[in-house]
Design a binder for this molecule. Structure first.
Ligand code: ATP
Ligand code: MG
Length: 263
C-alpha cells in the first residue's frame, strides 16, 4: 500500500520550538533593563576579558550587573572573576548566580568538578545549558545583563541571538585584517538575526597587532573605543581580578565605552 503523505484533513501548523523558550526567557528577565551580548567571529580576541571588565566598570559606576558565560564548553568567566564555588539551586530549582567584584554571574565553569575536564557536548545539551542560564536562573532586577558569547557563527551564538531578546550586540575585535574579516561576519550575523549592533571595540591595539584599523571599517558600525595590548590586562585576567578595579587609565577607557553604549 502506498504511503499517504498528504492527508486530506487540515495540515498541522508547525510550531517554532524557540518561541516558547523565548517567552520563558523574556518572563524571567522582565526586571532586567538591558541585555547585551558580546561577540566576534574570531576566537581569542579578548571577548571574555572585555565582558569581565565592562561588567566591573558598570558595577564601579553603581549599576547592578549580571554576566552569563555562554561559552558552555570552554568557560572562562569563572576563572577571570576568580571564583571557583559551585552554583546551587534554590527550593524552586532555580539556579542562583554567584557574585564576585559586585558582579552576579553564571558560568558552566562553576558547575563542573574539575576545570581540566572537557565538556564534550552536542547541540541539544548546549541549548539546555544556555536556555536554563537565561530562564531558570534567579537574576532578579538588573540594570545590565551581559552575555559573553563564544567565537564563530554556529549553534551557540545563534541560540543566544534567537532566544534572548537582546537589546544589542557589541563586537570585539583585534586590529589586524584576519580579525576584522571575522568581525564583519559577526555584524552580518547580527543583521540577519535582527539584533541591533551597538558598536565595535578594538582590543589589543598597539605596536604588535596595529591600531586604528577598526575605526576605518565603515560608518554603519559605531566605534566604541580602543583598548591597548597591555601586560597587566593579561596578568589580572589570570589572577581573577578585573583590571579596571586597579588601573584607572583602563577604567577611563571603559567609562568612554559605556558612554557609547548608553549615550
Ligand atoms: N588588551 C589586552 N592586553 C593583553 N592581554 C589581553 C588583552 N585582552 C585580552 N588579553 C588576554 O588574551 C587572552 C585571550 O583573551 P580572552 O579569553 O578574553 O579572549 P576570547 O575572545 O574570550 O577568547 P575565546 O574566543 O576563546 O572565548 C587572555 O589571556 C587575556 O588575558
Ligand atoms: Mg571567551
Amino acid at each position: 500500500m502506498p504511503i499517504e503523505l498528504n492527508s486530506k484533513s487540515e495540515p498541522q501548523k508547525l510550531q517554532n520550538p524557540f518561541a516558547q523558550v523565548k517567552a520563558l526567557v523574556r518572563e524571567n528577565l522582565k526586571a532586567v533593563k538591558k541585555i547585551i551580548a558580546v561577540h566576534s567571529g574570531k576566537g581569542g580576541v579578548g571577548k571574555t576579558t572585555f565582558c569581565v571588565n565592562l561588567a566591573a566598570s558598570f558595577a564601579k559606576q553603581n549599576f547592578s550587573v549580571g554576566l552569563i558565560d555562554a561559552d558552555v564548553d570552554c568557560p572562562s568567566v569563572n576563572k577571570m572573576l576568580g571564583k571557583n564555588e559551585r552554583v546551587l539551586t534554590n527550593e524552586k530549582q532555580m539556579l542562583q548566580p554567584l557574585e564576585a567584584h559586585g558582579i552576579k554571574f553564571l558560568s558552566v565553569g562553576n558547575m563542573v568538578d574539575s576545570e581540566n575536564s572537557a565538556q564534550i557536548m552536542r547541540g541539544p545539551i548546549m541549548f539546555k545549558l544556555i536556555s536554563e542560564m537565561l530562564y531558570k536562573t534567579n537574576w532578579g532586577s538588573l540594570d545590565y545583563l551581559i552575555i559573553d558569547l563564544p567565537p564563530g557563527t554556529g549553534d551557540n551564538p545563534l541560540t543566544v541571538m534567537q532566544i534572548a531578546s537582546l537589546d544589542g550586540l557589541i563586537i570585539v575585535t583585534q586590529p589586524m585584517e584576519v580579525a576584522l574579516v571575522d568581525a564583519k561576519k559577526s555584524a552580518d550575523m547580527a543583521k540577519r538575526l535582527e539584533v541591533p549592533v551597538i558598536g565595535i571595540v578594538e582590543n589589543m591595539s598597539g605596536e604588535i597587532f596595529g591600531e586604528g584599523t577598526v575605526k576605518k571599517i565603515g560608518s554603519e558600525i559605531k566605534f566604541l573605543g580602543s583598548i591597548p595590548l597591555q601586560k597587566n590586562i593579561r596578568e589580572f585576567s589570570d589572577k581573577g581580578v578585573p583590571v579596571v578595579l586597579e588601573d584607572e587609565k583602563l577604567f577611563s577607557i571603559f567609562e568612554g565605552i559605556i558612554k557609547g553604549i548608553a549615550p
